[in-house]
Write a protein that binds this ligand. Structure first.
Ligand SMILES: Cc1cc2nc3c(=O)[nH]c(=O)nc-3n(C[C@H](O)[C@H](O)[C@H](O)COP(=O)(O)OP(=O)(O)OC[C@H]3O[C@@H](n4cnc5c(N)ncnc54)[C@H](O)[C@@H]3O)c2cc1C
Ligand code: FES
Length: 274
């Protein structure tokens, strides 16, 4: 079992330095935290809103001097409370937790959708710094919901190729991003695929990676409470997503195929189809 330094699990109250609207349903919140500044892309924090709830959020930005961000989709009670916060307000964080994306492959495909793009934006920033060859594929229902489009377009590197798909055809290719993934994999060889987003999308990307013999890393979402491997609410097969993940390798996913892409657990342990 990994050893968690007490400092990482201690609740810290951070001031919100800035707030950006990314899409009609997603906002980015910038804060400063020394421990998050040392996080690996793919790691997550537990965000506490006083009197409401504590929910897991990936770090969407990991900057120098500990300036970091989370990008929050409006879903229910906790995310609605976070969306109401403004510059100068504060929230609590614990973390960073879990296992992030591995790092160091040269030619990389990144595939994301929805708020799953949050940790992928963070790993892209890091890959750009080492001049990795990155193909970034992202999808959404329509142009307005396509997250981080401006951020990716402004990436200061000739090595990043951006491919977008929208279901209604309002931007980029019309259709599902997984169709584009298949097209690109037929033509080119990659050293690694990183993916995060709706589980059905990641499941298809996993199958395509297997078919084309490319290593893959998938960032999973499960219900989280403790975030340190104790409560068991995040289990998938023999793994605890908060501690063994949220990023899993293709080899690990092959061990949990009866659950991956099929169902997750509710707070009472019952199965919810995906
Ligand atoms: C590792 C990880 C990273 C995540 N990163 C992001 C991110 O970067 N941006 C983002 O917008 N969302 C992210 N999420 C999802 C986010 O945690 C949920 O959308 C949020 O918890 C919803 O809470 P709510 O009270 O607003 O909605 P609710 O109405 O309470 O819940 C709506 C749905 O959100 C999910 N959810 C609720 N509580 C939890 C919980 N404690 N743990 C996990 N899922 C929960 C469930 O599927 C639930 O059905 C991440 C989840 C995980 C596990
Ligand atoms: S959230 Fe408690 S074990 Fe993972």
């Amino acid at each position: 079992m990994s050893v968690y330094p007490i400092a990482v699990n201690r609740l810290r109250i951070v001031d919100i330095l800035d707030v950006f609207r990314e899409s009609p349903s997603v906002k980015t919140f910038v804060f400063r935290d020394r421990l998050c500044g040392r996080a690996m892309p793919g790691q997550f924090v537990m965000v506490w809103v006083a009197g409401v709830d504590e929910v897991p959020m990936s770090l969407s930005g990991i900057g120098s001097g500990g300036v970091c961000s989370i990008s929050v989709g409006l879903v229910g009670e906790a995310t609605e409370a976070i969306h109401k916060l403004e510059k100068g307000d504060c929230f609590g964080i614990r973390g960073p937790f879990g296992r992030g994306f591995s790092f160091g492959r040269r030619k990389v495909m990144i595939v994301g959708g929805g708020t799953g793009l949050a940790p992928l934006a963070a790993i892209t920033d890091k890959l750009v710094k080492v001049n990795a060859d990155v193909t970034f594929l992202f999808g959404a229902k329509n142009k307005d919901e396509l997250l981080f489009h401006d951020r990716m377009s402004k990436v200061p590197s000739r090595e990043v190729r951006v491919i977008a798909a929208t279901e209604d055809g309002s931007y980029g290719f019309q259709g599902l991003i997984t169709d584009m993934v298949e097209e690109v994999l037929k033509r080119e060889r990659f050293d690694m695929i990183y993916t995060c987003g709706p589980e059905q999308m990641m499941y298809k990307v996993f199958l395509l990676a297997e078919k084309h013999h490319v290593p893959v890393e998938v960032s999973l979402e499960r219900l989280m409470r403790c975030a340190i491997g104790l409560c068991g609410s995040c289990v998938i097969g023999k793994y605890r997503v908060c501690k063994d993940g949220p990023v899993f390798s293709g080899e690990q996913l092959r061990e949990v195929m009866e659950e991956f892409g099929r169902f997750k657990r509710d707070f009472d342990g019952s199965k919810i189809p995906i």
